[in-house]
Design a protein around this ligand. Structure first.
Ligand code: GTP
Length: 597
């Protein structure tokens, strides 16, 4: 397709504002997918995506559209909507010339609407404002058209009104994509440069790499080269998704398509990298490649220790399709052998643990998520990076810094007081406050990531009856008065419960854990003290009192088979016990204490 007849666009929206539903309608109306093959959320391929109704991996699809007697190729690049995957959103945006800014006509602008709009503007995209779900009785398009127009400039009448569900307004939207979004521009004679905006692992085809051609062209059988690593591969297949893959003779300037090289590992084909040809390589890579950085760490341990090898294999396999997952072996006194894993955020953690359970049938214990602390040691003056509290350099602490984020919270004005209190209690610093309309306010905070990763979002939702939305981005490390709290059972440290917390919260963490464990750990033959400590200083204490558990006493003089049965039962129970020093702790107690049940 000549570049004058190509339009590359994406849909940016807050979660649940109806992006996938609108994409489905477009596929149907343009005839890209026949009525017979149509199913809901056509583009969301992963089971978890479909079940949870969220988009994790972005996908590209080409749709034909006729206007004024000419046929255009509309390339829609779907973007993930969740805060953990911002990097993928920004790569997808960089592959487009325009964006549909989709807003639920019953909800108005939300935090991710703004975050994604800012990303789109940074990429110089032409924005088409669209209100969705106008079929809903609660929709108020007049009000939100004004809100949108005042946000991006322009007139409320220019804001399109559609329903992805009924299809109203979607044809007009397709026309406007052709009329308003600039055709891609590039140099067709220059050495090939294609930007990778997505890379997915397919069990049958190996890695499928989605690219947007900037300059030059690529054709099958050619040797391609990755500019960040210099790695060379033969191009086995090249094509476009429409939305089923259709092999083509090549891709030219402005086109969007996929490449298959037979490579089995997504790390060899990284999002953001530039593809060129080995025969006539380009000299300058396209801007913007960065490795995604894990933000949240957690230990994953098999409940049944003999599953360790299987867990390693499963992680290796997941890594093939998810380059942002990092892990290394780790051992815990309490939990045995496992892996320390790094994730982009909490949703990413949840998705990975769920995939491990579902696709690999593994029962796991997940330790409390931790962020990255940087400790400047007092003796050697070196900086130690700590992602596992049990590796904290006790007794050599000069200063500690923690990762911060800039958070933007959008909420109705009635909840401002409550939310400010919540942010304050999580050590947030107010950066600014802005009214978007008469009722809706944006609060901006600088806040420690460690305070957000636990239950912040749940708290925010429950304190605002679900009306607040949150978006955040990393804003560097900052020194803080942090301490490590250890939990000791009869004087033995239980590493899985160590936690790095702010000094003001050390006491409440210590008493909470000690109390929890007292309730969870059964009485032993001797008294067991549970202590919480900062270094050598005990800050909380609970005691499990001793019992004499004489199960045989019950069948005094009774028959011998009954006695044997009882003894056997007791042995069974012991298998699921872990020893901490002399104390027997049931595996379930660890799980319950870690999950806060
Ligand atoms: P993510 O992929 O997670 O970002 O969500 P999304 O923005 O793709 O939202 P999705 O299309 O999954 O729609 C969210 C919910 O809104 C679903 O329950 C849809 O059925 C519903 N919905 C989407 N569009 C419309 C619409 O035009 N009218 C009505 N009434 N409901 C809609």
């Amino acid at each position: 397709t000549p570049s004058a007849q190509i339009r590359n666009f994406c849909i940016i929206a807050h979660i649940d504002h109806g992006k996938s539903t609108l994409a489905d309608r477009m596929l149907q109306i343009t005839g890209a997918v026949s009525e017979r093959d149509m199913r809901a959320q056509y583009l969301d391929r992963m089971d978890i995506e479909r079940e949870r109704g969220i988009t994790i991996k972005s996908q590209a699809v080409r749709m034909p559209w006729e206007l004024g007697g000419e046929t255009f190729a509309l390339n829609m690049i779907d973007t993930p909507g969740h805060v953990d995957f911002t990097y993928e959103v920004s790569r997808s945006l960089a592959a487009c010339e325009g964006a549909i800014l989709l807003v639920d006509a019953a909800q108005g602008i939300e935090a991710q609407t703004l975050a994604n709009l800012y990303l789109a503007l940074e990429n110089d995209l032409h924005i088409i404002p669209v209100l969705n779900k106008i079929d809903l009785p609660a929709a108020d398009p007049e009000k939100y058209a004004k809100e949108l127009a005042s946000l991006i400039g322009g007139k409320p009448e220019d804001v399109l009104r559609v329903s992805g569900k009924t299809g109203v307004g979607v044809q007009e939207l397709l026309d406007r994509l052709v009329q308003e979004i600039p055709a891609p521009r590039g140099d067709s004679d220059a050495p090939a440069r294609a930007m990778i905006f997505d890379s997915v692992y397919d069990a049958y085809r190996g890695v499928v790499t989605y690219v947007r051609m900037i300059d030059g062209s690529l054709s099958p059988r050619e040797r391609i080269q990755m500019m960040s690593t210099g790695a060379n591969h033969e191009l086995l297949e090249i094509g476009v998704s429409s939305p089923e893959p259709i092999p083509s003779k090549g891709l030219g300037v402005g086109e969007v398509g996929y490449l298959i090289t037979g490579v089995k590992d997504v790390r060899l084909s990284k999002v953001g990298d530039t593809v060129t040809t080995a025969r006539k390589p380009a000299t300058d890579a396209l801007p913007g490649y960065t490795d995604p950085k894990p933000m949240v760490f957690s230990g994953l341990y098999p409940i049944d220790g003999s599953d360790y090898a299987e867990l390693r294999e499963a992680l290796d396999k997941l890594k093939l399709s998810d380059a942002s997952l990092v892990y290394e072996p780790e051992t815990s006194v309490a939990l045995g052998f496992g892996f320390r894993c790094g994730f982009l955020g909490l949703l990413h953690l949840e998705i990975i643990t769920e995939r491990l359970a579902r696709e690999f049938d593994l029962d796991l214990i997940t330790t409390a998520p931790s962020v990255i602390y940087e400790v400047l040691t007092s003796d050697t003056g070196e900086t130690v990076t700590v992602t596992n509290p049990s590796e904290y350099p006790d007794g050599r602490i000069g200063s500690v810094s923690e990762p911060m984020v800039k958070a933007a919270i959008l909420l109705p004005k009635d909840y401002v007081g409550t939310v400010m209190e919540l942010c304050q209690s999580r050590r947030g610093t107010l950066l600014g406050m802005e009214y978007f309309s008469e009722e809706r306010v944006e609060l901006r905070y600088n806040i420690p990531l460690g305070e957000i990763v636990f239950d912040f979002f749940d708290q925010l939702k429950s304190k605002t009856q679900g009306y607040a939305s949150l978006d955040y981005e990393p804003s560097g490390q900052q020194e803080a008065d942090l301490v490590k709290v250890d939990i000791l059972l009869q004087g033995e440290k239980v590493d899985a419960f160590s936690s790095i917390v702010h000094r003001d919260k050390a006491y409440s963490y210590g008493t909470m854990m000690a109390e929890r464990l007292r309730k969870l750990i059964p009485r032993q033959q001797f008294e067991v003290p549970i202590q919480a400590a900062i270094g050598a200083r005990i800050i909380a204490r609970e005691t499990i009192r001793a019992i004499r558990k004489d199960v045989l006493a019950k069948c005094y003089g009774g028959d011998i088979t009954r006695k044997r049965k009882l003894l056997e039962k007791q042995k069974e129970g012991k298998k699921r016990m872990k020893m901490v020093g002399r104390v027997e702790v049931p595996q379930e107690a660890f799980i319950a204490a870690l999950s806060g049940d």
